[in-house]
Design a protein around this ligand. Structure first.
Ligand SMILES: Nc1nc2c(ncn2[C@@H]2O[C@H](COP(=O)(O)OP(=O)(O)O)[C@@H](O)[C@H]2O)c(=O)[nH]1
Ligand SMILES: [Mg+2]
Length: 476
């Protein structure tokens, strides 16, 4: 039931917008257009807002890997995707080279499992004390198990910086210290969540204690602890010198600056405890992260190659469907829905994504998708939208079959794109013939439909369709 919500919001926005456009069409086409766009934008952002909110509350924390096999499994999964990339590269040298590079990184990862040295990343905003902390920890290294290696990330939270990339890289280290000088802003909190997505791999370090009076310090600390539900260590890595004044009995006053010693004992103790008890698991976890990152990189490149192959296939089938529906306009929506999705397109797209569909299976997929498009109201909604766009052009609107033709093309396109997205999201499986996940397919259809229901896109599509179906027409 929850899945129905987004389309409902977007759908309402769209129907209302269509009504508005219909009403305003004659006198205010321009105004109507602007309103239509903004209404859809509102519908879209409402939907995004809902999505964000639902993600917001779930804080899934992964566990540290408990055995070597988990790591090996992650590496071999990444390796499978990299190998696929190499196999689809064919004579595309750029892709081939990239696949080679990734293959080398996979081999390096295999050696990483047995790494002994601990690697720590220190991250946080600019001037929070990252460098100072690394220096002081290096001086105290004797107390830390296995003499860790430190790495300071680029400062976070500066404008124009790719924080999530920096954070993703930081999580490939065995352990991360996230340094702050006070309570966290929302952006900082989000960064912390990203770092802390695996249990026990990050620590919050509240530095520059010397800058606060004790009351303030305590209230920030309790706020941090309550909000993050984790331990926070408090330190002063490099306290500023304080002015000391001495009144002598003879009335003279002496003043001087006194450098107080750094206070980092809590950090050193906590850190050595974590490293001593967990070093193996921390190294494993970091290796899993690296493998996952590699897998994502390979998958992104793989998707790019495949989308390049899938686009012409979708395009081809979309105009086949258009021509068929134009020549033989079907009045009933459900026939339109089934006619639009061709089993051959399912087979062709499946082949690109290494999912061999038999004709029978492809027919089932096509029928399922047609049924879903009807049930979700996509057929009706897009036919309406297309005729509204067409209505602004009386000449072509009068030509019989145009609405059906363009609708069929449009539905084919949405179905094709959705299928591509669905196949992309499937984990690469060695065996073909994964059972179809209808829920997932429905969700994907809704999303793809949302993305393609923008007026500008639709208008471009309609005019392209009219040019193909009624080449003689001048307008649109
Ligand atoms: N008052 C105070 N200043 C500190 C402390 N730790 C670092 N600083 C100062 O903060 C500034 C930035 O420190 P740095 O380590 O370079 O920060 P980074 O940009 O995060 O690497 C420097 O002037 C440090 O002396 C501390 O505990 N207390
Ligand atoms: Mg620095």
């Amino acid at each position: 039931m929850k899945l129905q919500r987004p389309i409902l919001v977007g759908g309402l926005g769209l129907s209302f917008a269509l009504w508005l456009l219909d009403t305003l069409q004659d006198s205010f086409v321009q105004v109507g257009e602007v309103s239509l766009l903004s209404l859809i934008a509102v519908g879209g952002s409402l939907w995004l807002f809902k999505q964000n909110r639902s993600n917001h509350n779930i804080m899934l924390q992964e566990e540290l890997p408990s055995d070597r096999a988990t790591v090996e499994n992650a590496i071999s999964k990444a390796e499978a995707v990299v190998n696929q990339l190499a196999s689809v590269a064919k004579d595309d040298t750029e892709t081939k080279n990239f696949a080679c590079l990734l293959q080398n990184q996979i081999s390096e990862l295999q050696a990483e499992i047995d790494r002994k040295e601990i690697q720590l990343a220190v991250t946080g905003g600019k001037f929070v004390g990252k460098t100072s902390i690394i220096q002081i920890l290096q001086q105290n290294a004797v107390q830390l198990f296995a003499n860790p290696k430190f790495y300071e990330t680029a400062p976070l939270f500066l404008e124009g910086n790719a924080d999530s990339k920096v954070l993703a890289h930081a999580t490939t280290y065995d352990y991360v210290l996230f340094v702050t000088n006070g309570d966290l802003t929302d952006t900082e909190y989000q960064a912390w969540k990203q770092l802390n997505s695996t249990k026990g791999r990050a620590m919050l370090v509240f530095n520059k204690q010397d800058q606060y009076v004790p009351d303030e310090r305590a209230s920030i600390l309790s706020s941090l602890k309550q909000r993050l539900q984790c331990d926070v260590v408090t330190i002063s890595a490099s306290p500023v010198p304080i002015k000391v004044r001495k009144h002598s009995s003879d009335g003279t006053v002496q003043e001087w600056m006194e450098q107080s010693a750094p206070e980092v004992q809590q950090l050193v103790e906590q850190l050595s405890k974590v490293i001593t008890s967990n070093s193996q698991q921390l190294i494993w976890a970091a290796t899993v992260k690296k493998a996952n990152l590699l897998k994502t990189e390979a998958k992104t490149a793989l998707n790019l190659v495949r989308v390049g192959q899938a686009n012409p296939v979708i395009e081809q089938h979309q105009w086949i469907a258009a021509a068929a529906a134009f020549a033989n306009p079907l009045p009933v929506l459900d026939i339109l829905a089934t006619a639009a999705i061709n089993a051959q397109m399912v087979i062709d797209l499946g082949n690109i994504y290494q999912q061999q569909f038999s004709l029978e299976q492809a027919k089932t997929v096509a029928a399922e998708m047609g049924g879903l498009m009807l049930k979700l109201g996509l057929v009706e909604l897009s036919t309406k939208a297309i005729s509204t766009v067409l209505k602004t052009n009386a000449v072509t609107y009068a030509v019989g079959g145009v609405i059906q033709g363009i609708s069929a093309a449009y539905l084919t396109r949405v179905a094709g794109l959705a299928l591509v997205e669905y196949l992309q999201a499937q984990e690469i499986s060695v065996s073909s013939g994964n059972p179809l996940n209808l829920d997932k397919l429905r969700q994907t259809l809704q999303n793809v439909f949302q993305q393609n229901q923008q007026v500008a896109l639709l208008q471009g599509f309609v005019s392209q369709g009219v040019k193909r179906l009624v080449p003689a027409s001048e307008c649109v």
